[in-house]
Each structure stands twice: as structure tokens, then as C-alpha cells.
Design a protein around this ligand. Structure first.
Ligand code: ADP
Length: 432
């Protein structure tokens, strides 16, 4: 399921970014091509202005000058006297039918042009009236677009016409190259984006996938834990129906005890689920930690004595400042630690509950000389439903105590850790 989500997220992220990039590239291309076209037209206009000034000032049009101009730039010149082409270039050469076709096409386009599309200027020069047409046309024979400028000198029966054509082929080629370059860049960037999106969405989804896996494991472990007492309750109820009144009492006691187990397990699971959904109520208030520890000591002392364990309490000398904690929750943590210490310490063992102050912090520790915890297990004992193999048989331990303690301490902004106690056993330290 996560693979599908991963793929979809990658496609979504990369797709959206690629579309934005494509739109930006198209905008850039549009602006850039407009600029290139404008520049080319500007350069053409400047050249035409120079040519028309030269033509105006010369009495005779020098063919040499025109061919020099043609050789220099990207221009084609045609000179016509009263509409008849001069033998300046190979217009009359039957081999160069392309030139005459081009000239005809340029004339056709001029005839078809409405006045709005062409720039027409009329001025009085030294050698008579100078009429200047400027327009753009597309030649079907060469499949190229041209800027065309027609300069007409004189009026009536004596009209000298110079037609200048500038091919836009090079500009179009430049634009095409630019488009291909942008397309390649966009494709490469989209592939890169896809790779990055796959990588980053993978990082984003990792904790969600882990969380989902943890949830699934939690549900499986919870169902497993609930199944055992429930099946005992069901079979006890079944037996109770047909049992004699004397035996019935035993079955009812079993049902009650297993019911208590289920209830305590459900309470633990509810606490953890509240913590997961950040609905874990922590009501902090200034608390005397030493008094809180004394109360815990008094509560567990009889239980320890029952198991022939020696429970001791060590408190710092003198008055202590108040600590801002939820007293009920912290008592719950101490109860979990003491309960575990009593459970995992053999008879005649020692358990020490102590409080120490380090500057602004308080350290509550529960140390025992019991069975101890291996280094590998130390890393996992705060996980939900985790129990060290040898403690699995204990009926009143579900492997949730330390995970609840961990969540409570986390909600207080403190820390909880386990170390080996000197001479064997374990030492749990809570820093608040
Ligand atoms: P449980 O309800 O099973 O005690 P916890 O979460 O409180 O669950 O503890 C997890 C596991 O850590 C226990 O099953 C036990 O194996 C180990 N453990 C906890 N406290 C001690 C201790 N004081 N000494 C040895 N092992 C301990």
C-alpha cells in the first residue's frame, strides 16, 4: 500500500513542479523570441535607413556598392527601373529562376498587404519623392520568412525601385535551437525532479510506514493478550453452569480475577492510545517529590516484606524546592518501577528507592539486585508489549508498564533510562 502511495506522491510532486517549470520555460521562450525578433527587425530597419540615405544622396546607384552590401550581410537586393529588373544580380539568368520567383512573391505580398500591416513612409529627398514600404512575408518557394523593404525613388514615368530582402532563416534556426535546448533541459530536470521526489517522499513516508507497522503490531499483541484471559473467562463460565455449588465459587473467583486482568490491560492500552493521540492529561502542579516518594515507599513496603525483600528509601538532606509535575502520573511511574523491581528480584533481595537533586533537576531512581537486564533487552524494554523471555510466564505482566512510564516522563519533558546496578540487578533513573 505504501509503495502505491509513494509512487503517487512522487508523480504528484514531480508532475506539479514539471508543469510549473514547463509554463515558466514557455513564458521565457515567448519573451526571448519576441526580443530576438524585435532586435533583428531593429537591425534591419537601421540598415535600410543607411541604405535609403545613401540612395538618396547618390545620383547613380553603383552596382558595385549594392553587391558589396549584399556580400556583407544577410540581404538580397533587386533594382527595378519602372518595374523592370536591372541586371544587378542574376535576375535575368534563366538558371537563377529562384531570385525572380522571390521577387515576384515579395511583390505579390506587397499587393495583398492591407495598409495596416505595412509601414509606409513618404518623404521628399534630393532626387525626388522617396516612398518606403516595410513588411514581412513568407516565401512559399524557399519556405522562409523575409523582412522586405521597398524603396521607391521618383514619381510618374521615372521610378527607381530598390527591393531589399532579409531572410529570417537564421533567426528561426536560432529560435528552434533554443526551443530544443529548453525541451532537453526540461526533460532532464523532470527526470531529476522525479528522482528527488522519490527520495524525499520516501523519507517523509518512512515514519508513517513505521508507525503503521507499530500500530499493526500493537493491535496484534493486544488481541493476543486479551485472548488468553477471555478464553479462561469463557471456559470458567461454561464449567460454572454445570458445576456443583461448592465448585462454582472457584470458577467465579477465576472469572473475577481474569476480569480484573482484562480491565487492567484495557486501562493500560487506553493510557497509551491517549498518549499517541496527544490527549494524555498531565496536570502539573508544584509537588514535594520527597513526600511523593515516601508515600510510594509506604504503599509498596508491605508487598516487598511479603516477598522477603528489603525496600529502602534515600532522600536528600534538608528542604527541597517544589517540582512542577503531575503527582498522580509520577506516582504511577514509581509504582511501575517498584512493581517491576519487586517482581524481578528474588527473595531476600534489596530494592532502593532514592531521590537526588542536581542543580535544577531531580533524579528518582529505583535500583534492585535482581535478575538484571541484558544489553540487547535494555534497548527494547520500553517497547509496547515487550517482555524478556523469562518474564513471559508472569500473568500480571503484559509488557506495557515501562512504555507507559516512558510516555508519562516524555510528556513531562524528562528522561528515563536503565543501567546495570553495581553488583548485578538493574537501576532505573527518571530525570525531571
Ligand atoms: P511488564 O509488565 O512485563 O513488567 P514492563 O514494560 O514493565 O512490562 O517491562 C518490560 C520487561 O522489562 C519486563 O517484561 C521485564 O522482562 C523487564 N524488566 C522490567 N523491569 C525489570 C527489572 N527491575 N529487572 C529485570 N527486568 C525488568
Amino acid at each position: 500500500m505504501f509503495k502505491k502511495v509513494h509512487l503517487r506522491l512522487t508523480l504528484l510532486c514531480a508532475g506539479i513542479t514539471a508543469v510549473i517549470m514547463l509554463v515558466m520555460s514557455l513564458c521565457y521562450l515567448y519573451v526571448s523570441e519576441k526580443g530576438l525578433y524585435r532586435n533583428q527587425f531593429q537591425a534591419f530597419q537601421n540598415d535600410i535607413n543607411t541604405i535609403s540615405t545613401n540612395l538618396e544622396q547618390q545620383n547613380v546607384i553603383s552596382m558595385e556598392w549594392l553587391s558589396k552590401m549584399e556580400a556583407q550581410g544577410n540581404y538580397r537586393f533587386f533594382v527595378l527601373d519602372n518595374g523592370v529588373p536591372f541586371l544587378f544580380n542574376q535576375l535575368n539568368d534563366p538558371a537563377d529562376s529562384g531570385s525572380s520567383r522571390l521577387l515576384l512573391e515579395s511583390r505579390d505580398s506587397r499587393n495583398k498587404l492591407s495598409e495596416q500591416n505595412a509601414t509606409v513612409t513618404v518623404s521628399d529627398g534630393i532626387n525626388g519623392t522617396l516612398t518606403h514600404y516595410e513588411y514581412e512575408f513568407s516565401s512559399p518557394s524557399t519556405e522562409t520568412r523575409y523582412f522586405c523593404s521597398v524603396i521607391q525613388l521618383g514619381t510618374g514615368s521615372s521610378v527607381l525601385e530598390v527591393v531589399v530582402l532579409s531572410s529570417l532563416q537564421r533567426l528561426e534556426l536560432q529560435m528552434q535551437e533554443q526551443r530544443v535546448r529548453f525541451l532537453l533541459i526540461d526533460i532532464a530536470a523532470t527526470i531529476l525532479l522525479g528522482v528527488f521526489a522519490w527520495f524525499f517522499t520516501g523519507i517523509l513516508l518512512k515514519p508513517i510506514a513505521e508507525n503503521q507497522q507499530k500500530q499493526a503490531m500493537f493491535v496484534a499483541a493486544a488481541s493476543h493478550e486479551l485472548r488468553t484471559p477471555l478464553s479462561v473467562i469463557l471456559s470458567a463460565a461454561e464449567c460454572c453452569r454445570d458445576a456443583t455449588p461448592e465448585r462454582q465459587e472457584g470458577f467465579i473467583r477465576t472469572i473475577y480475577q481474569e476480569g480484573l486482568r482484562v480491565s487492567s490491560l484495557v486501562t493500560d492500552m487506553l493510557t497509551l492510545s491517549q498518549s499517541d493521540s496527544h490527549r494524555f492529561p498531565v496536570r502539573k502542579e508544584p509537588t514535594e517529590l520527597d513526600t511523593l516518594l515516601m508515600n510510594s515507599y509506604e504503599a509498596f513496603e508491605p508487598l516487598a516484606r511479603e516477598k522477603s525483600l528489603q525496600l529502602s528509601l534515600t532522600l536528600p538532606d534538608g528542604a527541597l524546592p517544589l517540582c512542577d509535575v503531575d503527582p498522580e502520573r509520577i506516582s504511577q511511574v514509581i509504582a511501575i518501577l517498584l512493581h517491576n523491581a519487586i517482581s524481578y528480584t528474588p527473595d531476600q533481595g534489596r530494592i532502593e528507592l532514592s531521590l537526588a537533586r542536581h542543580k535544577e533537576r531531580f533524579a528518582v531512581s529505583v535500583q534492585d539486585n535482581g535478575i538484571g537486564i541484558s544489553d540487547a533487552d535494555k534497548k527494547r524494554i520500553f517497547d509496547r508489549f515487550y517482555r524478556v523471555e523469562k518474564s513471559r510466564s508472569r500473568k500480571d505482566h503484559f509488557g506495557l508498564g515501562l512504555s507507559i512510564a516512558y510516555e508519562i516522563i516524555k510528556a513531562h519533558g524528562g528522561s528515563i533510562q536503565v543501567t546495570d546496578a553495581e553488583g548485578g540487578g538493574s537501576c532505573f533513573t527518571v530525570v525531571l
